[in-house]
Design a protein around this ligand. Structure first.
Ligand SMILES: NC(=O)c1ccc[n+]([C@@H]2O[C@H](COP(=O)([O-])OP(=O)(O)OC[C@H]3O[C@@H](n4cnc5c(N)ncnc54)[C@H](OP(=O)(O)O)[C@@H]3O)[C@@H](O)[C@H]2O)c1
Length: 238
C-alpha cells in the first residue's frame, strides 16, 4: 500500500518560483498541495484542485505537513510564525531578509526543523565549497563576486552572492560585490580570484528555475520527521 502523500503548503504560489513548485508537485504522487498562499486576494479560489488563500487568510489554512515559502521579505515572518504555531517544518528560499528575521529564524529552529537557503541548487552547494577552498588557498588575492539576475529581482546583492561571500570571508578573503539586473536572466554567479598576473573564475549559471524548485521539494521530503534544528541544503542532499 502506498503511504499517504506529504501535505504541503506553498507560500508565494503565484510567483515565478511558486508556479514551478506547483507544476513539479503536481507531477509527484508523493506530494499533495493542500494550500497555495498568494500576497493579494486570489482571482480564483481553486485552481487545478488546489485551494488558494490570500496572505491575510493565512491563519485559516488547513492542516499541512510542511510549508514551502518562496515569497517576499514581508511575507516571510507570518509563514515562519504559522509554521512554529502548527509545529510544521519549514523550507524557505525567500531572500532579502533583515537582521530581525534572521534572528527569528534561528529562534524558530529550536521549535521546528527548518531549512532556509539562498539557493537550493546542488551546483551552488558545490560552488560554495570551492569558493571556501580557493579563498583559503589564495591569501592576498582580490575576491570579487558578480551576480546577474532578471530585471524583476528586488534585492541586491542576491542572497546567493551573500552566501558565497560568507564562504569566502570564513576563509580569510574580503569579497566585493557587483550586481547586474538585465532581461530574463534566471541567475548567474561569478566568483573571481585575482592575483598578480593570473586569475581564477568560478561560475554557476542557472538556466531554469526548476533546479531551485526541485531542491526545495526534495528538502521538504527530507525534513519531515527530523528533530528541530536549522538544516543546510547539503545536510538534506541524497
Ligand atoms: N533560494 C532559492 O533557491 C531561490 C531561487 C529563486 C528565487 N528565490 C527567492 O524566492 C522569492 C520569490 O521569488 P519569485 O521570483 O518567485 O518572486 P515573485 O515572482 O515576485 O513572486 C512572489 C510571490 O510572493 C507572493 N507574496 C508577496 N507578498 C506576500 C505576502 N505578504 N505574503 C504571502 N505571499 C506574498 C506573491 O503574491 P502576489 O502575486 O499575490 O503578490 C507571489 O506569489 C524571492 O525572495 C527570490 O529572491 C530563491
Amino acid at each position: 500500500m502506498n503511504a499517504s502523500p506529504l501535505k504541503i503548503l506553498i507560500h508565494g504560489a503565484s510567483g515565478r518560483m511558486g508556479k514551478a513548485l506547483l507544476r513539479l508537485a503536481a507531477e509527484d504522487s508523493a506530494l499533495e498541495v493542500v494550500a497555495a498562499v498568494v500576497g493579494r486576494s486570489p482571482a480564483q479560489r481553486v485552481i487545478d484542485g488546489v485551494p488558494y488563500f490570500a496572505a491575510s487568510e493565512l491563519a485559516g489554512v488547513p492542516a499541512f505537513d510542511v510549508a514551502i515559502d518562496f515569497s517576499l521579505p514581508n511575507g516571510f515572518s507570518p509563514i515562519l510564525a504559522l509554521s512554529v504555531q502548527r509545529g510544521a517544518p519549514l523550507v524557505s528560499g525567500t531572500t532579502g531578509l533583515d537582521d530581525a528575521q534572521r534572528i527569528a529564524l534561528t529562534d524558530a529552529a529550536q521549535a521546528i526543523p527548518l531549512v532556509w537557503a539562498s539557493n537550493f541548487s546542488l551546483g551552488v552547494a558545490v560552488l560554495t565549497d570551492l569558493v571556501e577552498r580557493a579563498a583559503g588557498t589564495l591569501p592576498g588575492w582580490d575576491c570579487d563576486i558578480v551576480e546577474s539576475h532578471h530585471v524583476h529581482k528586488q534585492d541586491a546583492p542576491s542572497g546567493t552572492a551573500l552566501t558565497l561571500g560568507e564562504a569566502a570571508t570564513s576563509s580569510g578573503a574580503q569579497p566585493r560585490f557587483a550586481s547586474l539586473r538585465a532581461g530574463d536572466i534566471v541567475g548567474e554567479h561569478l566568483v573571481q580570484f585575482t592575483g598578480l598576473g593570473e586569475r581564477i573564475e568560478l561560475v554557476h549559471r542557472a538556466s531554469n528555475r526548476d533546479i531551485f524548485a526541485r531542491g526545495a521539494l526534495h528538502a521538504a521530503k527530507r525534513l519531515l520527521g527530523k528533530p528541530p534544528a536549522s538544516y543546510r541544503v547539503r545536510d538534506l542532499i541524497g
